[in-house]
Every structure is written in structure tokens, then in C-alpha cells.
Design a binder for this molecule. Structure first.
Ligand code: AMP
Length: 500
């Protein structure tokens, strides 16, 4: 296919829903690819697709800052398929021409599925390989030959070291979720793979965050990359209705059970910090009549797949997951995310809540904060550049868990500047936007009119996907104000603009 490089494909106009007015055909994707996209009901490319596809079609390296949920997989899968299509099917045994490296098995499986979906009208084969499962079928498939290989680093290096994978024909190399690769300690494996690849190839690196080690890794193998970025990580979550509940650690389970009993919650992911915590919580919820499954690194691949399938099918209401297990879970229609434990890395918060509100939808993220987690909460708020509104009229509210305002951290006691509240009063919700950034158009919604119960407010997905988060004017630090209908003081903390 002749690509004209017309400006139309380069300059999309952003619509209110975050999609661009450009069409896939204007991006010069082939009819076969456009047909597959139409079959998936993708009417228009997402912003990351509009930005990444043209340079990738032009053969350039790309450095992409985008997280799961932005459509990043199609952003790299479509151009790879387009190049393969341009060159035509391979003759003889297929050699691996495109290699995608992902940190987790789940993400690898989803990327593989995406290649199959988008390439369904094309004659290319993809294969996914990862550890924790029998290698025989993977080796057999490699022997038969594939065009596209999606792999986690350990199994890839193992099979390569034993001569089952040949890197010598690789033309496209994609490193997906590079920051998670770093978090999971795979960076040296990635470097080993890079050393083995042919010199001349097109490279793409996608990462949700760009900490210095990722910038340095990117610099080591991307050649003059085009940098593309969709809404920075701190604002991709704007359409997610976020709240925090202060609760003592032993009460968390009961608080969660009471929230999950709400019939509005159909599909939720609950994050715990540890695998054992996930197991214990799953047992507790199960006994309470809530169908759930724990998903973490100690589970076999089959158990994970069963859990994910049950979750997708709607047989399981709650998936209890650790961070690593959750990475790359690609399930739309997750209405709620609960942070049963707050993550100690603030970036994980962004990844976690990104499981909901996917593909332009809205979602709800509720975080529990116990007396030991105040610092984590503050770090998260600093990263996302806003104070998370508080829901405090639930039966388990714990005033002692409320951390001091960030600005006055050392001077104030644990509860100063915040309202303490007796638990269990069942009064109407007062979701307090702290720091005043949710004033203006959002004020009535988030500060509560006195007509919404806390359960409702925690359980109901935000309806207005275009609602700007923190849409009001920032109040000067130190200012306090009373939301209508609330007797409570708001936190005096001022919020900065979104940060990266
Ligand atoms: P990803 O960021 O690749 O994990 O994609 C997130 C979700 O968005 C997946 O469920 C995709 O199927 C979906 N998706 C990707 N591109 C589009 C598009 N252009 N229109 C609608 N949905 C899309």
C-alpha cells in the first residue's frame, strides 16, 4: 500500500469524548485492518493511536507515554500489521519479524489477542509465550513458525537460549509497559534481549510513567524517537470518580463487604498489598455471599485464567488482586476499583484505578486508608495533583486514620484540619472536596447536597465522562470553606495542577 503521508492523518481534532475526528482510513490503514476495527466497533482512533500510528507507519522509532486503557496496544499492533501486510506473507517457514515484550503473562495474552483481532483478515500468525505453563506447545508453535511473537522476558530468554527462538529476522521491537518491567526487576532481562536483536529494526517503547531509568533505557535503543504522549498519567484518570474512606485496619473487610453488597456493583477489582491478604479477603467475602476470586502470583496460570474468564462472564463480582497480577488486566466494564490497601508506590494507584474507566467510560475508585497509610495517601494526592474527596459517613469511619494536611504536616496533630466524625450515624453523604480544586461546576456533585448516601456515592459510576477533574479554581492553601449542606470543614490543603 502506498502511503501518502498526507497531513490529514497527522492532525486530528480532539472531540469532547477524547476521540479524534480522524478516521482509521485517514491514518492510511489498509481496508483489511479497517474492516477488523469496524468489526470491533472502533469508530475512531484514540489520541494515542492518532499520534503513534503515523510515525510508526513511516518507519520511525516511537517513545510513547501512555497507560493501559488508552488504546496503546492497537497503536503499535496496527502499524506492525500494516508493515507486514505491505511486505506480503512470508514464503516458507515463518520467521519472527515482530517481537513484543511485556512484563506479565496476562498482558502478553491480551496483546496476542489484540494482534489476532486486528489481524483477523490478514494471513499472519502470532504466538504468545510466557512462563508458568508447559512449554511444549509453545516450542511446537515456534517450530511451525510465527510472524509475531509476544513474550515475557524470562521464558523468551530461556527458549532463545535453547535455540527455539530465532531473533535474526526481527524488524519490529516493542517494549510494552516498560516502567512495570522495571518495577518487576526485568530490566536486565530486557537489556539481554536487546543485545541479541538485529541492529536494524524499528523500536517502540510504551510506558505509563517515565522515571529516569526508563528514560535512560529508552535512550539506549530508540533512535531519534518521535515522542507521543496522551493525557499524562495524572489526568488519564480524570473521568474516574475517586473517593477515600478512612477506616481502621480490622474494619476494612466489613466496610468492603457492606459496599460490595450494593447491587450497583456488578464487576469490581479489589486491590490488596499481599497475596495472603488477597486470599484472606476472598475467603471472607465468599462467606458473606459475594462471589469472588483471588488473582496473584501464587496462582497457576489456569487458575488466573479461570478467574478472569469468570469475571468477564459476570459470574464473579469481585476480583481480589495484587498489583502485579492486575497489570494488564484488559476487561472493560469494570465499574469499580477498591483499594483495600493503599499502594506504597503512588504510580500503582494510577495503574490500579485505570482498570476502571476504560476506553472512554467512567468508573468509580474507592480507597480505604487506615491509620498507617496516611503517608501513602498524601504521596498519591501529590502525584495526581488533587486531593481525593472523602466519604466519611459510613459505619466504620476512623478519625485517627485521617492524616494531617500536607502543608501543615509537622505542626498539626493527626486529625487537625479535618473533621472527626462518630461512626455509624448514617447521615447523608458529605464527600468533601479538599483543597477547593473541585469547586465550580463540580461543587454540587462532590460536596454533596445532603441527598446522596455514602453507599450510593461510592457505588455509582460517574456519569459525565467529560467532567473535568478538579475543574474549579484552586484555592489558596490555608483557605477553608463549607460545602453546601455540610457542617464539616474541608481540608485546608490546596491542590496544585496535575503533575507528572
Ligand atoms: P489498551 O490501552 O490497549 O489496553 O486498550 C484499552 C481498551 O480500549 C481495549 O479494550 C481496546 O479494545 C479498546 N480500544 C482500543 N482502541 C480503541 C478505539 N479506537 N475505539 C474503541 N475502543 C478501543
Amino acid at each position: 500500500m502506498v502511503r501518502t503521508g498526507q497531513p490529514a492523518r497527522r492532525a486530528g481534532l480532539l472531540t469532547a469524548t477524547g476521540l479524534y475526528l480522524t478516521t482509521f482510513a485517514e491514518l492510511e490503514l489498509s481496508p483489511a485492518l479497517c474492516r477488523a476495527l469496524a468489526a470491533e466497533d472502533y469508530s475512531r482512533p484514540t489520541p494515542i493511536q492518532v499520534q503513534a500510528i503515523p510515525p510508526l507507519l513511516d518507519g520511525k522509532d516511537v517513545l510513547g507515554c501512555a497507560q493501559t486503557g488508552t488504546g496503546k496496544t492497537a497503536a503499535f499492533a496496527l502499524p506492525v500489521l500494516a508493515h507486514l501486510e505491505d511486505d506480503g506473507p512470508q514464503k516458507g517457514k515463518k520467521r519472527v519479524r515482530a517481537l513484543v515484550l511485556t512484563p506479565t503473562r496476562e498482558l502478553a495474552a491480551q496483546v496476542g489477542e489484540s494482534f489476532d483481532t486486528y489481524g483477523r483478515f490478514l494471513p499472519f500468525d502470532s504466538l504468545v509465550i510466557f512462563g508458568g505453563v508447559n512449554e511444549k506447545s509453545q516450542i511446537a508453535a515456534l517450530r511451525r513458525g510465527v510472524d509475531i511473537l509476544v513474550a515475557t522476558p524470562g521464558r523468551l530468554l530461556d527458549l532463545h537460549g535453547r535455540g527455539f527462538v530465532d531473533f535474526s529476522d526481527i524488524e519490529f521491537f516493542i517494549l510494552d509497559e516498560a516502567d512495570r518491567m522495571l518495577d518487576m526487576g526485568f530490566v536486565n532481562d530486557v537489556k539481554r534481549v536487546l543485545r541479541e536483536l538485529p541492529k536494524h529494526r524499528q523500536n517502540l517503547l510504551f510506558s505509563a510513567t517515565m522515571p529516569p531509568p526508563i528514560v535512560s533505557l529508552a535512550g539506549s535503543f530508540l533512535k531519534d524517537p518521535v515522542k507521543v504522549e496522551v493525557t499524562p498519567q495524572s489526568t488519564t484518570v480524570e473521568r474516574i470518580d475517586q473517593t477515600v474512606m478512612f477506616v481502621d485496619r480490622p474494619d476494612k473487610k466489613r466496610l468492603l463487604r457492606s459496599l460490595l453488597s450494593d447491587r450497583d456493583i456488578e464487576r469490581t477489582i479489589v486491590f490488596t498489598r499481599t497475596k495472603h491478604g488477597a486470599n484472606r479477603l476472598a475467603t471472607f467475602l465468599d462467606k458473606g455471599g459475594i462471589t469472588c476470586a483471588a488473582i496473584h502470583g501464587n496462582k497457576t496460570q489456569n487458575a488466573r485464567r479461570r478467574a478472569l474468564d469468570g469475571f468477564r462472564a459476570g459470574n464473579i463480582t469481585a476480583l481480589i488482586a495484587t498489583d502485579i497480577a492486575s497489570r494488564g488486566i484488559d476487561i472493560d466494564d469494570v465499574s469499580h476499583v477498591f483499594n483495600f490497601d493503599l499502594p506504597n508506590e503512588p504510580e500503582s494507584y494510577v495503574h490500579r484505578i485505570g482498570r476502571t474507566g476504560r476506553a472512554g467510560r467512567s468508573g468509580v475508585a474507592v480507597s480505604f486508608c487506615d491509620p498507617t497509610e496516611g503517608e501513602y495517601l498524601r504521596d498519591i494526592e501529590k502525584l495526581i495533583g488533587m486531593d481525593i474527596p472523602v466519604v466519611d459517613d459510613h459505619d466504620f469511619h476512623c478519625a485517627a486514620a485521617v492524616p494531617p494536611p500536607r502543608a501543615a504536616k509537622s505542626a498539626n496533630s493527626a486529625t487537625s484540619g479535618r473533621s472527626a466524625k462518630k461512626p455509624g450515624t448514617g447521615r447523608p453523604s458529605r464527600r468533601r472536596p479538599r483543597g477547593g480544586r473541585r469547586g465550580g461546576a463540580n461543587a454540587g456533585r462532590t460536596s454533596g447536597s445532603g441527598s446522596t448516601t455514602s453507599r450510593e456515592s461510592a457505588a455509582r459510576p460517574a456519569r459525565d465522562a467529560s467532567r473535568p477533574s478538579g475543574g474549579g479554581q484552586a484555592k489558596p492553601a490555608g483557605a477553608t470553606q463549607k460545602p453546601a449542606g455540610s457542617r464539616r470543614r474541608r481540608s485546608s490543603r490546596g491542590g496544585g495542577g496535575p503533575r507528572r
